[in-house]
Write a new protein. Structure first.
Length: 640
């Protein structure tokens, strides 16, 4: 019967929820479809705008790059390209590479260190030096150092520095370092003299001066001061004398451009014309061929931004878009981006267009739909909250009805057992089927026990009603709690003597005084003992412990019964509530005992707690405040 009632209540609640939720779900689905359609239309508009912006950007960039290619034929235009130091423009004519004015490379694939110094003009002076006539050789070298021919002057100064020592050698090397256009074994004499000065200062142990000279020399070398090969550049930069503590490791523009041109020279130079972006260096190279003459420009990102990307910034503002260039090797584009590959546009980079304020656009779109969404939300809230409260009310009513039905069935069963026994005993005594006095006395005692049981059941129901109504008076008086517990345990043992029940009592300390109503506390403890025995079918021993802790008296009733699941632990103190296993296993009870215990203990200023594990038993703890007073009696209303 309870199972059918539970299923019926579930069907009623389920039917109601279905009637409410199905239309609500349909409404939400339709609203969501409209929302998605509106959003898809907006996204399609954004995509079309990005596509138009990408086409315009490609056109502008193509014109800008083509204009730079055309200007490479003009010397003044090439010089203007290199004016900012972030680009170089050059002309390759046969085996000669000519940089535009202002262009700097740390090294070049076609270096031009200057005319090589010949030994022929110094043959006579060198012969005097070999014969030991150093003074004569020095005089001839000194005269040759006044020559207008730079290679002769460079050779003379070099030889004079070799004959001098200490400061004099530093002076000759300084004069040599000022010369341009002469080289010795493809090394510019100026660079050679500067390196030799560092070594001379190191030999003279003039460390601060050497470090200062080395710092300036490193920067000149890295910034393209001389037109040298990569081999000469690396050999001199790696010279140990040029090592300076704390020297900056960041690459200079001249180094980056030299690396890019060297890579281009090895791979793409022979292509008639082209446009390449090198992600490793960030350099963009554009080159064109006119017969045997090849012209190219190599620019760092600053040059690209200034010369080619500046014209599209106005387009960005007008189209509310962000336009960037990327490595052509990156072929993917994230959501909300329009990509044009280098292979499709013939530009050095892939061009990617995204919305500058895509989130703001979506926010404006959401604002346009806010009124509709607010209305839908309000309607859903109304339906949902109304359905929830109605379903909750129905559920509560059905639950109360189910509890009342279970209670009536349980009480009827509880009444039927003692009444049946009483009826049988009464019929035997009335029919005088038992004549022996001792047998009659036993029957009378059994009849009295069943009468007491029926009386306690009726009183429990009446007490629960009075507790719920808040009209139960308690006569609070000083009680020896330990003595009270002992008396209740002894009485309970006598009552259950024939059922094999054993109570193990452990009382800590002497008499402990509490303010309480004897009958009410007796009833509460009796209910706990009765539950412990009832729900322990396999272990008939109950443990009762009394101790004091932090100004309170703790009475624990422990069993090793079936235990209480976590899901039911909070509800067992509610009236008419019984555990699921108590119902399925056929344990007798009305579901009001623990509810009465909670009311009684709360009315005495205490609390009741439970600790339990399924299959390991339960421990109920009643905590009462220990007090000292001499009031004979008082009336307190029970806490509701």
């Amino acid at each position: 019967m309870p199972g059918r009632s539970s299923n019926s209540s579930r069907r009623i609640v389920g039917l109601f929820l279905a009637l409410v939720l199905v239309p609500s779900a349909l409404l939400v689905w339709l609203g969501w479809r409209l929302f998605e359609q509106d959003r898809a239309n907006a996204l399609r508009q954004f995509e079309e705008r990005r596509g138009q912006t990408a086409d315009l950007a490609i056109s502008i960039l193509e014109q800008a790059v083509a204009s730079t290619e055309s200007s490479l034929r003009d010397t003044a235009a090439r010089n203007r390209v290199a004016a900012h130091g972030d680009a170089v423009a050059a002309v390759i004519d046969g085996s000669r590479l000519s940089l535009a004015e202002g262009g700097r490379l740390a090294y070049s694939p076609l270096p031009d260190p200057g005319k090589d110094v010949s030994a022929q003009p110094f043959a006579e002076a060198d012969a005097l030096k070999q014969r030991g006539d150093v003074a004569g050789a020095r005089e001839r070298y000194h005269r040759l150092s006044q020559s207008r021919e730079v290679t002769v002057k460079a050779g003379a100064l070099l030889r004079l520095s070799q004959l001098a020592t200490s400061d004099a050698r530093l002076d000759w090397l300084h004069r040599l370092s000022q010369l341009e256009g002469a080289s010795l074994e493809d090394v510019p004499v100026g660079l050679l003299a500067r390196v030799e000065r560092c070594h001379q200062l190191d030999e003279m142990q003039r460390t601060p001066a050497r470090q200062q000279e080395a710092t300036v020399l490193r920067e000149d070398l890295r910034n393209g001061r001389w037109w040298i090969s990569k081999l000469v550049y690396e050999a001199n930069l790696g010279d140990g004398c040029l090592n300076v503590p704390g020297a900056l490791a960041d690459r200079t523009a001249a180094e980056t451009l030299a690396t890019a041109i060297e890579s281009w020279w090895q791979s793409d130079r022979l292509t008639p014309s082209g446009r390449r972006y090198q992600p490793a260096t960030g350099v963009t190279i554009v080159w064109v061929n006119d017969g045997d003459t090849q012209r190219f420009v190599a620019g760092l990102p600053g040059f690209v931004e200034r010369e080619w990307l500046t014209p599209i910034r106005t387009l960005e503002q007008r189209q509310r878009a962000r336009i960037v260039t990327r490595d052509p090797a990156i072929r993917t584009a994230t959501a909300g981006e329009e990509r044009r590959s280098a292979a499709d546009t013939d530009l050095p980079w892939s061009v990617v267009v995204s919305d500058m304020d895509g989130s703001a656009e979506m926010a404006r779109l959401d604002q346009r739909r806010s009124l509709w969404l607010a209305g839908l939300a309000a309607l859903l809230l109304l339906l949902g909250s109304g359905g929830y409260f109605v379903a909750r009310a129905i559920g509560r009513e059905l639950a109360v009805a189910r509890l009342q039905s279970d209670f009536v069935a349980a009480v009827s069963h509880e009444f039927r057992t003692p009444l049946t026994s009483m009826r049988q005993l009464t019929e035997i005594l009335v029919d005088e089927r038992v004549t022996a006095p001792e047998r009659q006395s036993a029957y009378f005692r059994a009849l009295a026990r069943q009468t007491d049981r029926l009386h306690r059941l009726v009183e429990s129901l009446l007490d629960l009603g009075r507790l719920e109504a808040g009209t139960t008076p308690y006569r609070l008086e000083p009680l020896d709690a330990c003595a009270l517990v002992r008396s209740v345990v002894e009485e309970f043992e006598r009552e259950t003597a024939g059922n094999g029940v054993r109570i193990e009592l452990d009382v800590d300390g002497t008499a402990t005084q509490v303010a309480g109503d004897r009958d009410a506390l007796t009833n509460a403890l009796w209910n706990l003992l009765d539950n412990a025995v009832k729900y322990s079918p396999d272990c008939r021993t109950v443990w009762v412990n009394v101790e004091r802790n932090a100004g309170r008296l703790l009475v624990r009733v422990r069993d090793q019964g079936i235990g209480i699941p976590d899901s039911e632990r909070r509800a067992i103190f509610d009236k008419f509530v019984r555990g699921a296993r108590a119902k399925t296993d056929g344990f007798k009870g009305t579901g009001i005992g623990l509810s009465m215990v909670r009311h009684i203990v709360a009315a005495h200023g205490g609390e009741v707690r439970v600790e339990s594990a399924v299959g390991a038993g339960s421990t109920f703890t009643v905590a009462l405040p220990i007090t000292k007073f001499e009031v004979q009696s008082s009336k307190f209303e029970a806490a509701t």
